[in-house]
Design a binder for this molecule. Structure first.
Ligand code: UD1
Length: 417
């Protein structure tokens, strides 16, 4: 079993090239199924969740070539509407295949989705939205079967701006006859990427970036070449690293425009940040100032960066308060952080953290993807050696966290044992 070894207390200097976005590429891969043809994607991250999605697409009849970060996907021979159980259970994003399979093959089956255990993660909004377009939904013991020979555009009102539900209905609506209006849609940059991809494919989506998306469905699709944007959550993780460990780093290949709320918090910790084009520079000379964060749907602070901010708060010069409003079980990482000397009290949805520096090296275990990255960040600010186990979670979303942090001088490596 592999683990990450970190020798802390080394300030970070240098540049990291940010990988393509996990949360953007997964729905784009699903959406490619709508089209019977060939799609070329650039800047695709080589992460476990992408490999898992590709296994699923292969089982459905697609072929692919993945060289470096360029992926060619041939969907002409798509023949199965059943997501294989084993892969489907491994990742939450398998549920996103319902919309495009329904659009292309008029039916879809998937087991109840897996993914990180960070909360209840129901899919009622996905099913409601597909139902609005005329899909028939059967909840079976092991999975969900949706069918519909004639999907028709409709008004869809999402009671919560769910990222996955918005993506699912966008894809089904692109194949449906007539106009769909999605009210209360999620506005995350990854939704915008999906809309741009669908439009490049031939769909007619308006209102991109707003909470009301309008889809003119039923248009013909075409082959397309498309570039996946940089991963704002990976970039946020490395900003967390420099805030916790100190230093001067540059992040290349990510849009600061998609990270305003994060950069706002980064600044409040005393970190100097500036950006030009698609590069962000962050300079951290002192221990971070305490932070107050409350997570929420975009443009609020991302729940995906909440755990990393716990690690920053752990070494801050005072008391921080972090409130989780999206996924109730993300605070499980807080208990692991205590093993590195973090002073943290969790009451319901709020974590109260009293900063102290340095943390103490120790052995911890990743419990989910972002939590694992947060523990690695905490190791950078800990005296002595830390070991982070449960690396399989981290590999789901980070191409090579050790390579990236080594590039800025961290003493970190992936080991077997
Ligand atoms: C996506 C991201 C994940 C991110 C999350 C919120 C991907 C692959 N994953 O996950 O990294 O943390 O957005 O930004 O893009 N909910 C319901 N019913 C539903 C769907 C969701 O109640 O049908 C609730 C969930 O339990 C959760 C909240 O809505 O409390 C947010 O979920 P959602 O936005 O759907 O997140 P995901 O798409 O699963």
């Amino acid at each position: 079993m592999s683990f990450i070894r970190v020798q802390g207390l080394k300030s970070l200097q240098g540049k990291i090239e940010i990988q393509g976005s996990k949360n953007a590429v997964l729905p784009v891969l699903a959406a490619a199924l709508l089209h019977k043809g060939v799609v070329v994607l650039k800047n695709v991250p080589r992460i476990q969740d992408v490999f898992c999605m590709l296994e699923i697409l292969k089982a459905l009849g697609c072929r692919y070539w993945f060289e470096g970060h360029e992926l060619t996907l041939d969907t002409r021979d798509l023949c199965s509407y059943e997501v294989p159980r084993e892969e489907g259970r491994q990742m939450r994003s398998s549920v996103m295949l319902l919309g495009p399979l329904l659009g292309r093959l008029h039916r879809a089956w998937t087991c109840y989705p897996g993914g990180c255990v960070i909360g209840k993660r129901p899919i009622d909004l996905h099913l409601y939205a597909l139902g609005r377009l005329g899909a028939e939904i059967q909840l079976e013991e092991e999975g969900i079967f949706v069918s519909g020979d004639a999907l028709t555009g409709a008004d869809v009102h999402l009671l919560f701006p769910s990222v996955g539900a918005t993506e699912n209905v966008l894809m089904a609506a692109a194949a449906a006859r007539g106009t769909t209006r999605i009210f209360g849609a999620a506005r995350e940059p990854e939704i915008q990427t999906l809309c741009h991809f669908l439009n490049a494919l031939g769909a007619g989506i308006g209102g991109i970036g707003t909470g009301t998306l309008i889809v003119e469905g039923g248009r013909a699709f075409q082959d397309v070449e498309f570039t996946i944007p940089g991963d704002r959550i990976v970039a946020g993780t490395y900003l967390g690293a420099v805030m916790a460990a100190g230093g001067d780093i540059c992040l290349a290949g990510v849009l600061a425009d998609h990270m305003k709320e994060t950069l706002d918090i980064v600044r409040k910790t005393g970190c100097q940040v500036e950006w030009t084009g698609n590069e962000i520079r962050a300079l951290m000379k002192e221990r971070p100032l305490p932070i107050q964060i409350s997570t929420g749907p975009y443009p609020e602070f991302s729940t995906d960066l909440q755990s990393v901010m716990l690690s920053v708060a752990a070494v801050a010069q005072g008391d921080s308060q972090i409130q989780e409003n999206v996924f109730e079980e993300r605070f499980a990482t807080g208990k692991e952080l205590q093993k590195l000397g973090t002073r943290i009290i969790i009451e319901d949805r709020i974590a109260y953290v009293t900063g102290s520096y340095p943390l103490k090296g120790g052995e911890v275990c990743a419990l989910d993807l972002r939590g694992g990255a947060a523990l690695t960040v905490a190791g950078l600010a800990a005296e002595g050696e830390s070991r982070v186990r449960g690396c399989c979670y981290i590999c789901r979303g980070y191409e090579d966290i050790c390579r990236d942090l080594s590039a800025v001088g961290a003493r970190i490596s992936m080991e077997e044992g």
